[in-house]
Write a protein that binds this ligand. Structure first.
Ligand code: SF4
Length: 442
C-alpha cells in the first residue's frame, strides 16, 4: 500500500484544506503516516502569507526532501498558499519539489501523486473558486472533541498589506445547509466544540445571500444536539452587527469569545491599510460588545511597522491597547510583500524599529493579560479537559470558553481525579498568571 506523510503549516484555514486532502488520499487507499521515514510521498501544505511563513515553508520542504535519501520518499508535493503564489517560479527554484498543487487545485492531489509515481514534475493550479462541502470526506486532525469548520473561502476586503485575495480568490460562502450538515456529522462523531473560521467570518453570506448571514447560520447551528461550544474566529469588524451581538449574548452554546483582528487603531494607518473602520467606529463596536455580552473575551491582532507608521501613530496604538485592555492580543511585524499596494509604499520602516515596537506591545500586553487573569481568581468556569501534565498526574489542563484552541493559554486544574480528554468539569480559578490560569476542580 502506498504511504503518504503530511505536514500542515500556517493557519487553521490551511489545516482544513489539509484534512480534506487527507480524506481524498484515504479514499484512494493511501495510508497516512506520521513518520516521514516511512512515507513514499511527502506533502507539505504551505503558508505564504508573510516572510517568516514563507521561510518556514521552504525550510520544511527542504527537510522533507532529505527523506529521499534518509527514507523511502519518492517525491515531495507542495500544496497551499506558497505554491499558489509562486507557481512555476517555485518549481524552477526548488529542484527537490515534484509537484505543486495550488489553493484552487487541492481536489487534484491524486494527479500530483500519480505524477510523482511516474517520475514527472507537474504544476497544478486551478481557478481559485473552489470550496469544500459536506459531501467530501475530511479526516480531522484536531482532538476528537473539537473541530474547525470553514464557512467561507477567499477574501474580498483587499487590505493593502495582504496577499490573501490573490492566493485564495474572492470571498465565497458555503451554503447554510452545507455547514449545518457538516456540523451534524461532526456532532454524531462526538465533536463538542466547533470553531467557525474563514478569512473574514463576519462577511459570511454576503456573496451568496446578498447580506451577512452569520447570525442566521448561528441560529441554526445552536440547534444541533451534542455541540456544546460554537466559537467565532477571524471576525472582520465591519459587518459585526447588532443581530450578531444579540445572538452571542443570548445563546449559551455560543462562546462569549470574539476574535476581532483590528490591525491598528490610528485612522491614518487604518486608511493606508485599506481597512474599512475608523478608530471611533471600532471603539463604538467594542463598547457595544462589552456592554451587551458580560464576561466577553476579545482577541485581536495588530501589525506594527506598517509603512509610514510614526512614533505618534505607534503611541496612539499603545494608548488604545491600554484603554481597551483586550484579553488576548497577537502582534505581527509588517512584512513587505510584492504584488500588494503597501509593498510599494515609500517610508518602509526599518526592521529594528519594527522589532522594538513588537517587543514593546508584547510587553504591554503581558502586563494587561496578567492583570486580567488575576481578576479571574475566585471565578468558576466550565473547563474542557485536554490532557494531563505527565509530571503531575493529578493536574489536568484544558480550556474554558475564554481560550480558543492553539492560540490561547491553558487552565491547569488541580485535584482533577481521573478525567478523560473531552470531558467538561467545573473549576474555580485560584491563581492567574500572564497567560495561564490555575484552578481547582469543584
Ligand atoms: S480581511 Fe484583510 S487581512 Fe484578512 S484576509 Fe482579507 S484582505 Fe487579508
Amino acid at each position: 500500500m502506498l504511504t503518504a506523510g503530511f505536514v500542515s503549516l500556517g493557519c487553521a484555514k490551511n489545516l482544513v484544506d489539509t484534512e480534506i486532502m487527507l480524506g481524498i488520499l484515504a479514499d484512494n487507499n493511501i495510508h497516512i503516516t506520521d513518520d516521514p521515514h516511512a512515507a513514499d510521498i511527502l506533502i507539505v501544505n504551505t503558508c505564504g502569507f508573510i516572510d517568516s511563513a514563507k521561510e518556514e515553508s521552504i525550510s520544511t520542504i527542504i527537510q522533507m526532501a532529505d527523506f529521499k535519501q534518509a527514507g523511502k520518499c519518492r517525491g515531495v508535493i507542495v500544496a497551499g498558499c506558497l505554491g499558489q503564489r509562486y507557481q512555476q517560479e517555485l518549481l524552477d527554484e526548488l529542484a527537490e519539489v515534484s509537484a505543486i498543487v495550488g489553493t484552487g487545485a487541492w481536489h487534484r492531489i491524486m494527479e500530483a501523486v500519480q505524477a510523482v509515481l511516474a517520475g514527472e514534475r507537474v504544476l497544478l493550479i486551478g481557478e481559485t473558486d473552489t470550496i469544500y462541502d459536506e459531501t467530501m470526506r475530511r479526516i480531522t486532525t484536531t482532538p476528537a472533541y473539537s473541530a474547525y469548520v470553514k464557512i467561507a473561502e477567499g477574501c474580498s476586503n483587499c487590505c493593502s498589506y495582504c496577499v490573501i485575495p490573490l492566493v485564495r480568490g474572492k470571498y465565497r460562502s458555503r451554503s447554510i445547509e452545507s455547514v449545518i450538515s457538516e456540523i451534524q456529522k461532526l456532532a454524531e462523531r462526538g465533536v463538542k466544540e466547533i470553531n467557525l473560521i474563514a478569512q473574514d467570518t463576519t462577511s459570511y453570506g454576503r456573496d451568496r445571500y446578498d447580506k451577512p448571514q452569520l447570525a442566521m447560520l448561528l441560529k441554526e447551528l445552536v440547534k444541533i444536539e451534542g455541540i456544546v461550544w460554537i466559537r467565532l474566529l477571524y471576525c472582520y469588524p465591519k459587518y459585526f452587527n447588532d443581530e450578531l451581538i444579540e445572538i452571542i449574548a443570548n445563546e449559551p452554546k455560543i462562546c462569549k469569545y470574539i476574535d476581532l483582528p483590528l490591525q491598528h487603531a490610528d485612522d491614518e494607518i487604518l486608511t493606508a491599510m485599506n481597512r474599512r473602520d475608523t478608530r471611533e467606529e471600532i471603539e463604538r463596536l467594542l463598547e457595544k460588545i462589552r456592554t451587551a455580552i458580560p464576561g466577553v473575551v476579545i482577541r485581536t491582532s495588530f501589525i506594527v511597522g506598517f509603512p509610514g507608521e510614526t512614533d505618534s501613530h505607534f503611541e496612539l496604538l499603545k494608548q488604545f491597547m491600554i484603554k481597551q485592555k483586550f484579553e488576548r492580543v497577537g502582534v505581527f511585524t509588517y512584512s513587505q510583500e510584492e504584488d500588494t499596494p503597501a509593498g510599494i509604499l515609500e517610508q518602509q520602516i526599518p526592521d529594528n524599529v519594527k522589532d522594538e515596537r513588537y517587543h514593546e506591545l508584547m510587553a504591554l500586553q503581558c502586563q494587561i493579560s496578567e492583570e486580567l487573569n488575576r481578576d479571574m481568581e475566585g471565578k468558576v468556569l466550565a473547563v474542557l479537559i485536554e490532557g494531563y501534565n505527565p509530571e503531575q498526574p493529578d493536574v489536568a489542563f484544558g480550556r474554558s470558553y475564554r481560550e480558543a484552541p492553539d492560540v490561547d493559554g491553558r487552565i491547569y486544574v488541580e485535584n482533577a481525579g481521573s478525567l478523560s480528554p473531552g470531558e467538561m468539569v467545573q473549576a474555580q480559578i485560584v491563581q492567574g498568571f500572564t497567560y495561564d490560569l490555575l484552578a481547582e476542580r469543584k
